[in-house]
Design a protein around this ligand. Structure first.
Ligand SMILES: N[C@@H](CCC[C@H](N)C(=O)O)C(=O)O
Length: 291
């Protein structure tokens, strides 16, 4: 089967975007993995699919697959690219749309400067809704919140890491580190992702607080490995930093792929994420039959 695709990126987090507004392609998990493959396919951290509105009051459905082929609930950098895609492909004339995802409705809007702002909805902290299993663990009170101590194995033995746990529609475990350049992302990232406390796995964030309005962030993403930026990871880190009393309500997040601006006014309020969304190229690719 030959399919049309658009390659996009938001702060270096890269995507293959597929238009299914006129019919579904019916791709298998193995075919998503093929498209994401950087040697044999197009190459991407996630595959984003645009589908028609599934219900009254929303404009589109937004489907996300990680490069490992698994479908997931949310993708922040992808949401900005989604808005640019539906705009550039004249699938809507609106500057702001309501988009159904697996974890609820989000609202991206085009800015005059070419950047896109997304209302990502309110963060969720109840462990069961992350989902996170805290049975038998003592939360460590800190600031207006608490962190959880997770046991990990390391080359040198074992380590305890202290993480803030929350959902931005998808699950995140965020830790504060002294320096992201030397943080053990490659060693701890996969262990945190697969930690038994997270029944649906988790995205592992490593945040360096530069000052109260600036952080540096690296994220080892569930199902994709470390990416140049993670939009929901940036939202989760800023929310965690605000609740821990470390950050102001508007923060610039420096990632390896660019800067995202995150704003959160507090409990029950939505998180706003602003950043770039860029079309890289378009093309056609022959997708093999893969079960
Ligand atoms: N890159 C994303 C997040 C994509 C999904 C994530 N890996 C997960 O499995 O939850 C972003 O920009 O938010």
């Amino acid at each position: 089967m030959r399919i049309r695709f658009t390659k996009m990126q938001g702060a270096g987090n890269d995507f293959v975007v597929l238009d299914e507004t006129r019919g579904t392609l019916g791709l298998s998990a193995a075919q998503y993995r093929f498209l994401a493959d950087r040697h044999f396919g197009v190459g991407a951290d996630q595959i984003l699919t645009v589908r028609p509105s599934p219900a009254e009051g929303v404009d589109f459905q937004y489907v996300i697959h990680n490069s490992d082929g698994g479908e997931v609930e949310q993708c922040g950098n992808g949401a900005r690219c989604f808005m640019r895609f539906v705009s550039e492909h004249h699938l809507t004339e609106k500057k702001q749309v309501r988009v159904q995802t697996l974890s609820g409705v989000i609202e991206p809007r085009m800015g005059g400067d070419g950047r896109v702002t997304v209302d990502m909805g309110a963060p969720v902290f109840e462990p069961a809704r992350v989902p996170f299993d805290p049975a038998g663990l003592d939360p460590q009170p800190e600031g207006a919140w608490h962190k959880w101590h997770l046991a990990l194995g390391t080359r040198a033995g074992s380590a305890i890491v202290s993480v803030a746990v929350l959902s931005m529609g998808n699950p995140h475990a965020v830790q504060v580190v002294d320096n992201v350049d030397t943080a053990p992302v490659a060693e701890q990232g996969p262990q945190i992702e697969h930690h038994p406390r997270f029944p649906q796995r988790v995205n592992a964030g490593f945040m360096q607080v530069v000052d109260r309005s600036n952080i540096r962030l690296r994220v080892f993403e569930r199902g994709a490995g470390e990416t140049l930026a993670c939009g929901t990871g940036a939202c989760a880190a800023v929310v965690a930093g605000i609740r821990l009393g470390l950050l102001e309500r508007r923060v610039d997040v420096q990632t390896h792929g660019g800067v995202l601006t995150i704003e959160w006014q507090g409990e029950g309020q939505p998180v706003l994420m602003t950043g770039p969304a860029v079309t890289v190229f378009e093309g056609d690719i022959e997708v093999p039959e893969l079960p």
